[in-house]
Design a protein around this ligand. Structure first.
Ligand SMILES: [Zn+2]
Length: 115
């Protein structure tokens, strides 16, 4: 009985390993798709020009909560929106998290007249 039990465990461990590898491969593909989109949108922050920590931002304001969506469906949504003509831009992490902050935007940001 014991050898069989062991093979069972080893088998399921191998199985899990395969699942993990497939998952990370999928994530890699999404990361690549995200990079492509960021490069396509200019590859650097639209506010301060920094190429570090690029994120994608909705020019006219997000219609969904970024944090509530997993990385992979986020990438899919950005692509769908991009195809649908939603205006997207690249913002570095700093500028993006400064948006809506106590000062209403990044301090490096040029003042924008809002209607
Ligand atoms: Zn920036």
């Amino acid at each position: 009985m014991e050898p069989d039990f062991l093979t069972e465990v080893q088998h399921s461990e191998r199985h899990n390993e395969g699942v993990r590898r497939r998952m990370s491969l999928r994530k890699e593909r999404y990361r690549f798709a995200m990079d492509m989109l960021i490069q396509h949108l200019g590859g650097k922050c639209a506010e301060c020009g920094s190429p570090l920590d690029p994120t994608i931002d909705h020019v006219d304001g997000a219609t969904w909560e970024r944090r509530a969506v997993s990385f992979m469906s986020r990438v899919r949504r950005y692509y769908e929106e991009y195809r649908a003509g939603v205006r997207l831009q690249v913002l570095c992490h700093d500028c993006n998290s400064a948006q809506g902050g106590p000062h209403g935007g990044c301090r490096r940001r040029r003042p924008v007249a809002r209607a």
